[in-house]
Design a protein around this ligand. Structure first.
Ligand code: NAP
Length: 283
């Protein structure tokens, strides 16, 4: 293994330290920021992610709120949960944990959220603000990946960045974020996906490759230029084992690589709390 690790933990800690300062200031004014989570169905990994978000809230001093929506409650139950959090003055920001089970319309629920309470930055109005480079909540995993790259001094200005995957929660918003103007961005971004034949031809040319696919070990050493920066945003659970999009052996070729555990995940949670506390400042 020759690559250096892009460890997400110190990045998340730095973000959370800033969040904690704001939480303490808000509490001194009588405002306790609140994060809400909506969990639809009983997906094991999703329940674990929600638990982690609540634990981090407790550690940093946010109040957390939770609504379970069962599959039997259906879309009407999900929309009722959204309406409940929209109306709850103690909830400054909330998320609908995704993916939701088949039969639920995630986009309809997203559009029903109050955009000012959209802690995931995925409401259409907030995605639009990101495109327009107006201030607003930025999707958490893309924001976390950008923070990791900034933290480790990886300058993206003018660099060839290839994002593998174009999903609405990760690949597509990440491509917008990194190609925006400004610090931690200004990259020349290409997005490749399942309809691109020979996509290794793109990744082999890239200074930075980011997996946003959700297929274990999809990115292999042959697909990577020596010394490149390689980030696994996509992950898959196989039982209790977490498998990143980037095969571990890529570490023999890359200059930087996210570790199997503790890469992007901790920064996603930190950005979620940041978005929530930013919303609480405007309560
Ligand atoms: P998604 O909407 O299903 O997107 C997956 C993307 O991968 C699609 O664009 C798809 O291409 C592409 N793809 C699938 N098979 C491919 C192949 N053989 N070759 C090339 N591209 C292929 O999923 P998502 O919501 O964006 O999530 C993607 C991954 O990111 C998942 O593992 C998810 O768990 C992870 N994620 C992680 C976090 C986090 O906190 N770390 C947050 C969000 C997402 P097409 O568009 O052509 O179908």
């Amino acid at each position: 293994m020759t690559a250096q690790f892009l460890d997400g933990a110190p990045v998340a800690d730095a973000v959370l330290a800033g969040v904690k300062v704001k939480v303490d200031q808000l509490k001194a004014k009588g405002v306790t920021p609140g994060l809400g989570t909506i969990l639809v169905g009983e997906d094991g990994p999703s329940a674990g992610y929600v638990r982690k978000k609540h634990e981090t809230c407790e550690a940093i001093g946010l109040k957390s709120h939770h609504i379970d929506v069962s599959v039997e409650d259906g879309q009407a139950g999900l929309l009722a949960a959204v309406d409940g959090f929209n109306a709850n003055p103690e909830v400054d920001g909330y998320i609908i944990q995704h993916p939701v089970p088949d039969g639920f319309d995630f986009n309809e629920a997203l559009a029903r959220m109050s955009p000012t309470k959209d802690a995931d930055g995925l409401h259409p109005a907030n995605l639009g603000k990101m495109v327009l480079q107006e201030s607003g909540p930025v999707p958490c995993t893309p924001a976390g990946i950008q923070a990791i790259l900034v933290h480790y001094g990886i300058d993206l200005a003018g660099k060839n960045v290839v994002v593998v995957g174009r999903g609405p929660t990760l690949g597509r918003p990440l491509a917008v974020l990194l190609s925006n103007k400004g610090d931690g961005a200004d990259a020349a971004v290409t997005v490749v996906h399942s309809r691109v034949p020979n996509l290794a031809e793109y990744t082999k040319m890239a200074d930075v490759v980011i997996g946003a696919v959700g297929i274990p070990s999809f990115i292999t050493p042959e697909m990577v230029k020596p010394g490149a920066v390689v980030v696994s945003g996509g992950i898959t659970w196989e039982g209790k084992k977490l498998l990143p999009d980037v095969d571990e052996s890529v570490g023999e070729v890359a200059g930087w690589i996210t570790p199997r555990l503790g890469g992007v995940g901790p920064t996603t949670v930190a950005m979620l709390l940041k978005n929530t506390v930013d919303a609480a400042e405007n309560r």
